[in-house]
Design a protein around this ligand. Structure first.
Ligand SMILES: Cc1cc2nc3c(=O)[nH]c(=O)nc-3n(C[C@H](O)[C@H](O)[C@H](O)COP(=O)(O)OP(=O)(O)OC[C@H]3O[C@@H](n4cnc5c(N)ncnc54)[C@H](O)[C@@H]3O)c2cc1C
Ligand code: SF4
Length: 550
């Protein structure tokens, strides 16, 4: 059946459609209803439930929650572990040097913050939103942006029941059109519709390229003697070399839970590097390995995060809609925090929508949202740290982080000697040909502290309908072989945290195998493929990880 023969989609009309039930989307939906209860608001979420696709550290700055739900401290909100101790180390292969807290810029101080599962916080926000009358549709990915007179007019959810080869299976059903006066895109880092809109409306034209990292995380239940509720620990250095940015986090919270994670900046150069194996190696360091003795790993996952900050935030608005949260890139890299800005940006956009609707407007640009963010708490948060990432990328970890620290100090005092530095090239352009790099040999997993990819993905509860088109769309297969494989030695097999990509030798010919059912929706392939030849599109609704509390 060709597209023109398909039955028409059913359409529903709303004042506002929100794409994505993360902190940004839910904060926007709640704020809209708080300001004007009779506005109709719908949120679509590709995870099987709210929180199922949320993966974060997370130590949260409560400024977003305080503004949105001032009574949250009297509620049974899943925000129960205040930070009690905050430590920062530089690691060598067997030793560690602790940086005294007084040396760190005050903006990096975590006292007053809380250790949480961001997935659980989103579940709490989802309940608050529904209580206010927001309609939330989990299990539905927004697959297409709808346009009317060149303005965004809503989204359509994907068709269901299409087989691997494009045929319609017996349960085939068309997606639904969700039409709105304004559509807010809250898809998080590297949202696929947001990426298309940024390109289509030229929103990043006079901005620095967005930068990204990949964050991998495990959740452990540890023994009582290894648990220190509220301890927050960060490291940089080993196992990464000085030219590769990244570091670890380790947060103790809840009922003997430890979130341990590792971030690798995606402007790394050596195609042999594997962020997954670096993470596994990190856990063997004497500073941290004891934490896991006798404990049990209960969950695993990965997600990209934005790192470009102030310089890379695109124009936020276009006719009929706006970008909010990490879809716009509001993550603060040195603080490793973005959820507070995600919430604040959702609220700021909601205020702008309410004003527009009250004036009888629709499908135009929310220019006051665009004008407001740089002088809002979000802008102030990102401005002071704007040079940290470019210095780290240009000068390496030791010198770059030290100078970045000095610049953050001077910015705290109200000035910078460096102005605003540029990021340079996008992350996909930073890989060097394999012939110019040394292969890296990683230790074998022991199955107790370190693991392989497949047993890890099992713990993400990832599930996709198998008979559906592959949602990792390789635009040009010949280019994948001649460049990704021949020049770069197949980095997708190493950067993908879920073992989706493999080059398999068949009679002397390498064949690209895509195990799409393992995909944890981190978006790294969409960012790091050296030719931008892989496009991540949403699989059939509800597919992907089912994180219980990441
Ligand atoms: C490893 C790691 C550690 C982090 N640590 C911290 C920390 O300690 N503190 C902190 O404050 N921040 C931290 N962050 C950043 C923080 O997680 C983000 O800033 C925050 O989650 C952004 O919120 P968001 O709502 O914009 O996007 P997300 O949280 O990514 O939520 C987006 C939602 O939209 C859904 N979605 C996406 N596309 C579609 C679509 N097309 N249709 C339907 N639904 C869709 C997704 O499934 C998801 O539920 C960390 C991030 C990572 C990856
Ligand atoms: S296929 Fe891409 S989006 Fe999916 S887990 Fe691998 S790198 Fe992440």
């Amino acid at each position: 059946m060709s597209a023109t023969d398909l039955p028409a989609r059913e359409a529903m009309e709303f004042d506002v459609v929100v794409v994505g039930a993360g902190p940004a989307g839910l904060a926007a939906a709640i704020k809209l209803k708080q300001l004007k209860p009779d506005i109709s608001v719908v949120v679509v979420e590709k995870g099987s439930e709210v929180g199922a696709h949320i993966l974060s550290g997370a130590v949260i700055d409560p400024i977003g929650l305080d503004n949105l739900i001032p009574e949250w401290r009297d509620d049974d909100a899943p925000v129960r572990t205040p930070v009690s101790s905050d430590r920062f180390y530089v690691l060598g292969p067997s030793g560690a040097v602790r940086l005294p807290n007084f040396l760190l810029p005050p903006l990096m101080n975590n006292h007053g913050n809380f250790v949480v599962s961001l997935g659980d916080v989103c579940r709490y926000l989802g309940q608050k939103a529904e209580a206010l009358g927001v309609e939330i549709y989990p299990g539905f990915a927004a697959a297409e942006v709808l346009f009317e007179n060149e303005a965004v007019a809503g989204v359509a959810t994907g068709d269901m029941g299409i087989g691997k080869n494009g045929h319609h299976k017996s349960g085939f059903a068309r997606g639904m059109e969700l039409r709105a006066k304004y559509t807010l895109f809250a898809e998080g880092a590297r949202g696929n519709l947001s990426k298309a809109l940024i390109g289509q409306f030229g929103l990043s034209q006079d901005r620095q390229p967005q930068k990204f990292g990949i964050g991998l995380k495990e959740l452990w239940q540890v023994t009582p003697e290894n648990f220190h509720g509220g301890l927050v620990q960060h490291t940089m250095g080993w196992p990464l070399d000085n030219g590769t940015g990244g570091g670890s986090f380790l947060y103790h919270f809840g009922d003997h839970l430890v979130s341990v994670g590792f971030v690798v900046h995606l402007n790394y150069r050596n195609p042999y590097l594997s962020p997954f194996e670096e993470f596994q190696r990190f856990k063997t360091h004497p500073l941290v390995r004891g934490t896991f003795a006798g404990g049990k790993r209960i969950c695993y996952g990965a997600r990209a995060l934005t790192e470009g900050g102030w310089q890379s935030v695109p124009k936020l608005v276009f006719p009929g809609g706006a970008l909010i949260g990490c879809a716009a890139g509001f993550m603060n890299v040195p603080r490793i925090k973005g959820s507070h800005n995600a919430m604040l940006s959702g609220m700021l956009a909601a205020e702008s929508v309410v004003k527009a609707l009250a004036a009888g407007r629709a499908h135009d640009e929310l220019l006051d949202y665009e004008a407001a963010w740089r002088s809002s708490p979000i802008g102030r948060d990102l401005w002071r740290v704007r040079n940290a990432k470019p210095l780290w990328s240009k000068l390496g970890t030791v010198l770059g982080v030290a100078l970045g620290g000095v610049d953050m100090w001077t910015n705290t005092l109200g000035f910078s000697l460096l102005g605003t530095l540029r990021h340079g090239k996008p992350d996909f352009a930073s890989l060097r040909p394999a012939a110019d790099c040394n292969p890296i040999t990683y230790p074998k997993p022991d199955g107790k502290l370190t693991f392989d990819r497949l047993s890890s993905v099992y713990l993400s509860n990832t599930n996709h309908e198998e008979d559906q088109p592959v949602h990792l769309v390789v635009r040009d297969n010949a280019l994948q072989k001649s460049s990704e494989y021949d020049v770069y030695a197949g980095p997708s097999a190493r950067y993908c945290p879920a073992g989706v990509y493999e080059w398999v030798e068949e009679g002397g010919n390498p064949r690209y195998v895509i195990n799409a059912q393992n995909c944890v929706h981190c978006k790294t392939c969409d960012i790091k493929d050296p030719n931008q030849n892989i496009n991540w599109v949403p699989p059939e609704g509800a597919g992907g990880p089912n994180y219980p509390n990441m």
